[in-house]
Design a protein around this ligand. Structure first.
Ligand code: NAD
Length: 444
């Protein structure tokens, strides 16, 4: 997941300087340093106080836990969990929990930083965090998954809470995992806190305090961003074509919602393989196939293609919606699209982005495109605390407003600073964070 490209961009230079000042380790090839580099580039363009750059450069807390769990066959396994809390000046820490066998601390740090930026850009009253557990969720039974999840929640203890740090689903976790986390947390809570205690996590099942529209929220938000930005680029959704990396929550919902708007899905790649159909792939039928078989491989209504052919398939919208850094410079040289829409977090390496921008491809950054998930998570948290239940129309209406305003902010900032959309989106987020630090001051 860590890109191996040497870095001499302005972003990397900004990061190198600040880590030198902090007398801290720095590595050009590491995703965290590259990401903070772009954030610092935006901060420099905005001319914010140096203290804000120092504050944003490192997360506030990096929590690492280890705990044993007995497996179904009687053996014991030791698990490693992370929770990185990047910044909470805007409100409680907020961010997903990822279950993946190869997860590393720097990846979690990067994702927590992106959450700070994402919540600030959308003007949500949350800070940024991310959590992870080193586990292959497909390789354990449901009972094992439940015990591990309960033990992780207990290990995190007071480091999470409805007013302090609120996890949500991410890669490898889902509403069931959130239900186990909430139940465990409620069992540890005093009797007078049990009602609000369930808002310790969002992305819960509908029947247990979840919000209408949360499942599809990230894909829905991405479509609203395209609604706001594509007309100026001369692209009509109902005449467009797209390809997707990843057909999980974000990928499959994006595909289904775009299909409803008339977009043709030409190619999909996931961890099982890549498929193509010139006439279009039925997004609903493919979602059914993935649900049953676990991946896009062997879908009967499309032909299997190589990963190289997948990247080279000409489309209007190329949408990475899987893991980090899946579009590197080599891939970028083959990609033929008008817009790269980041559904996943940090899917594009800095060199790939530079190459694509130079070629005239627009790159829409993740903190704008995939903020629909955390936005509806905020709606869920709000509904839980007010004992309300909103219907899907209300959720969609409010989501659309949030996503459209964020897109407009990014456009305005891109004009003001004469910069690309990624730097503009970070700059708009930083502008907001800076105002709040000015108002609050820095303790003591
Ligand atoms: P998911 O677990 O539901 O799906 C992940 C997808 O990635 C799967 O289709 C899997 O096959 C694919 N994948 C994994 N390894 C791959 C590989 N080597 N090559 C190709 N495909 C591969 O996860 P998700 O919730 O859809 O999240 C996807 C991305 O979106 C992540 O970056 C996540 O952080 C981000 N995101 C998710 C949400 C959300 O609400 N779920 C919100 C914001 C951002």
């Amino acid at each position: 997941m860590i890109p191996m490209e040497s870095c001499n961009t302005q972003a990397c230079q900004s990061a190198r300087e600040i880590f030198h000042e902090l007398e801290e380790y720095y590595d050009d090839h590491n995703l965290y340093f590259q990401t903070i580099g772009s954030v610092l580039e935006a901060a420099t363009a905005l001319n914010v106080p140096h203290r804000l750059k120092l504050i944003l450069t490192q997360p506030k807390n990096e929590i690492m836990v280890h705990f044993p769990v007995q497996m179904d066959d009687g053996t014991w396994q030791l698990f490693k969990g992370y929770r990185v809390q990047h910044n909470n000046v805007l409100g409680p820490y907020k961010g997903g929990i990822r279950y993946h066998p190869e997860v590393k601390l720097d990846e979690v740090k990067t994702l927590s930083l992106l959450m700070t930026m994402k919540c600030a850009l959308a003007r949500l009253p949350f800070g940024g965090a991310k959590g992870a557990l080193k586990i292959d969720p497909r390789g354990v039974s449901q009972h094992e998954l439940m015990r591990v999840t309960r033990r992780l929640t207990a290990a995190l203890g007071e480091n999470i809470g409805p007013d302090y740090d609120i996890p949500a689903p991410d890669v490898g976790t889902n509403s069931q995992v959130m239900a186990w986390m909430a139940d465990t947390y409620i069992n540890f809570s005093g009797s007078s806190h049990k009602v609000t205690a369930r808002s310790v996590v969002t992305g819960k099942p509908l029947e247990f305090g979840g919000s209408a529209g949360r499942d599809k929220a990230t894909g829905q938000g991405l479509v609203y961003v395209l609604d706001a930005l594509l007309p100026d680029m001369g692209i009509k959704l109902n005449e467009s074509t797209c390809s997707l990396i990843g057909y999980g929550n974000v990928g499959s919902w994006t595909a289904r919602l775009l299909q409803q708007r008339g977009t043709t899905l030409k190619a999909v790649m996931d961890h099982t393989g890549a498929i193509f159909n010139e006439a279009g792939i039925d997004a609903e039928a493919l979602a059914q196939h993935v649900q049953t078989t676990g991946g896009v491989k062997d879908y009967a209504e499309a032909q299997a293609i190589s990963n190289e052919t997948f990247y080279a398939t000409p489309v209007d919208l190329f949408i990475p919606a899987a893991l980090e850094q899946m579009v590197d410079l080599e891939h970028a040289k083959h990609i033929q699209c008008k817009v790269l829409v980041e559904g996943a977090n940090a899917p594009t390496t800095p060199h790939a982005e530079r190459y694509l921008l130079d070629k005239g491809v627009e790159v829409l950054p993740a903190i704008l495109c995939n903020a629909g998930g955390v936005t509806v998570s905020y709606f869920e948290w709000k509904q839980n605390r007010q004992s309300e239940t909103w219907d899907e129309e209300l959720v969609d209406e409010r989501l659309k407003k949030t996503m459209t305003r964020s897109a407009e902010r990014v456009l305005a900032m891109a004009k003001q600073l004469d910069c690309n959309m990624r730097i503009a989106s970070y700059a708009s987020a930083i502008e907001h964070i800076n105002k709040v630090y000015d108002l609050r001051g820095v303790f003591p």
